[in-house]
Structures are given as structure tokens and as C-alpha cells.
Design a protein around this ligand. Structure first.
Ligand SMILES: [Zn+2]
Length: 316
């Protein structure tokens, strides 16, 4: 797997911007996104399936597409979404870039294999009201990525954001095998749990997938989300808790909304990371993923653990 992956990443990095059917030299507005997804589905009826998941608090469309060579309902599914946080517009563009990539390169052998074995659910905008207002929160000022249930908070005390209830319903209907939530504001890959320092049961798998994804993006940071910072109510925790979905956050750029001249490179990197992740899932499901065993110890993934240990030794 390593060699095709390297070739894929090399190809993504070296291919000119013509590789994309749509241009990433400017940010896309919501009407343009909606129209282009519908058009893509019309042009590729056996490959792209357009759906409206519902509507935001302020009545904006929340759309997604399913890309697959097979019958989506009969295949395991992978879910990739963007812009939980409305001002992190690079994440929406990353999902659009991935859709475009999968459609354009559907006959590339490795992509064909992926699309024949999985249904890929792609939702560019989780929080369209925040995207329209260019702010992190939803229309009522709630943080969508703190609104999910997690071990320790019940459903009744969560899901106050209409858009997040829609993601919850899709998650519970499809029961995704794996998922990425694209964000922007740092560069790195973070896996569940976000609410707890406790290692997830799939720690080694997460570690391996996160490392593959980060390397494909040229990023050095990959760790359990909690050790980046603790957060309650994140998508990755809900997806992992409810259905064992291998869910990770991918932070695609240090700037939430990078300058337009940087966007093309950011999108290419997000595509490289997302595709590498999905190929990793495919390898895992075939029993062919080489688990990277040199996982860090807990001390390594929790920065303050070492300081605590030192303080304890010194009787502080
Ligand atoms: Zn974010």
C-alpha cells in the first residue's frame, strides 16, 4: 500500500490546478455550491447522488452527495464533512475538492476500487448559517462542535442546534464505518476521544490512520484530540461512541480562511489527506493495514503527564 500511496500523494502535489474540474482560486458561495452539486449529480447519475439533509435554523439548504460506483445502501459508508465552524471556510472547500477529485478520477484504479467498495458521503456545509455570517457559531450563538452527546452527557442535554440534529440523524441512519470532520485553524489530525484522556479501544488503528493522513498532508501533528485540548460534545466522540465509527478531525490549515491565493494548495492537501485516510480504511477492512506499533505512551500524548510525573517524584 505504501508505494501507491506515495505515488498518489506525489501526483496530487505535482499536478497542476487543472487537475480540478472546478477552480480553487476563490471561495465558493452557498448558491454556487448547491448548484454545482446538483449539476454534478445530473451529469453523473450512476456515480453522484444528491440529497438535501434538511435546513438550517435560518432556512439555508444543508446538502450532501453520495459518491459510489455501487449501490450506496448496500456498501459500508465513509462520511466527510466540513464547516462545523462557519468561519473555517477552508474546510468546505476541502470537501468540494474531494468531491471533484473522486468524480474526475473515478476510473483511476485505486479510486475505482474505493468507490466500488464504499459509499462516500460528502457534506460541504454542516453550519451554513455560520458560513454565511463568517462566524464560528450557529445562528443562535451555539458552537455546533460542542453540541453532540458524549459519554457523560445525555442526548436530551445535547443537540440544541438544528444542523447538528441533522448530522446526528444521518450518523444514526447510516452508521458510518469511518468519518472525517474537516476544520481549519491549525495543521494536524486528531482522533477520538476529545472529552477524555482515556485511550480509545482502537487507539493503534487511530494512531496509524492519523499518521498516514498527516503524512499525506505534510503535517507533523497527529494525536488524540484530548491531548490537543479537552472538548466536550465533538462530532468525533459522538460518532465513535454510538457506532464505533473511526472518526477523526482534520485541521487543514493554520488560518481558518486562508487567503484565496493559498486556497488551491490547501484544498490539494486536504484531498491528499482524505484520500489517504479512505485508502487506509480500505486496507484495514481487508486486513492489510500495517498497524504502526510505535504508538506513543500515554506520557507522550498528554503533554502535562510528564510534568506531573516529575512533580510527583520531587514530592511537589
Ligand atoms: Zn473548527
Amino acid at each position: 500500500m505504501v508505494r501507491p500511496l506515495i505515488c498518489l500523494v506525489f501526483w496530487l502535489i505535482t499536478t497542476s490546478s487543472e487537475a480540478f474540474g472546478i477552480s480553487f482560486h476563490a471561495y465558493h458561495g452557498q448558491e454556487e455550491i448547491h448548484a454545482s452539486l446538483r449539476q454534478l449529480a445530473r451529469q453523473n447519475p450512476n456515480l453522484v447522488h444528491f440529497h438535501t439533509l434538511g435546513y438550517s435554523e435560518q432556512g439555508r439548504n444543508i446538502d450532501y452527495v453520495v459518491v459510489s460506483h455501487g449501490e450506496p445502501e448496500s456498501l459500508p459508508a465513509i462520511y466527510i464533512n466540513g464547516t462545523h465552524h462557519g468561519d473555517e471556510k477552508a474546510s468546505t472547500e476541502g470537501v468540494l475538492g474531494l468531491i471533484d477529485y473522486l468524480v474526475k478520477y473515478r476510473q483511476l484504479p485505486v479510486v475505482r476500487e474505493l468507490l466500488s467498495n464504499y459509499a462516500i458521503y460528502l457534506q460541504p456545509l454542516v453550519n451554513p448559517d455560520g458560513h454565511a455570517a463568517n462566524r464560528r457559531f450557529d445562528a443562535r450563538g451555539l458552537d455546533p462542535n460542542r453540541d453532540y452527546a458524549f459519554p457523560g452527557r445525555r442526548d436530551e442535554d445535547s443537540f440544541k442546534t438544528p444542523a447538528i440534529r441533522l448530522v446526528r440523524d444521518l450518523t444514526n441512519k447510516v452508521r458510518f464505518r469511518a468519518a472525517l470532520a474537516l476544520h481549519s485553524g491549525m495543521e494536524g489530525v486528531l482522533w477520538a476521544w476529545a472529552h477524555s484522556a482515556e485511550r480509545p479501544a482502537d487507539f493503534d488503528v487511530f494512531f496509524t490512520l492519523a499518521k498516514l493522513t498527516a503524512q499525506a498532508m505534510g503535517m507533523s501533528q497527529y494525536r488524540q484530540s484530548y491531548s490537543d485540548y479537552p472538548a466536550l460534545g465533538e462530532f468525533i466522540d459522538y460518532a465513535y461512541m454510538t457506532h464505533g465509527t473511526l472518526a477523526m478531525t482534520v485541521e487543514v490549515a493554520n488560518n481558518p480562511t486562508p487567503p484565496a491565493e493559498d486556497l488551491d494548495a490547501v484544498v490539494k492537501r486536504a484531498v491528499a489527506g482524505s484520500v489517504s485516510f479512505m485508502l487506509g480504511i480500505m486496507d484495514l477492512d481487508r486486513g492489510e493495514l500495517s498497524i504502526i506499533r510505535n504508538s506513543p505512551t500515554r506520557k507522550d500524548i498528554i503533554p502535562w503527564a510528564r510534568a506531573n510525573e516529575r512533580a510527583t517524584r520531587q514530592g511537589l
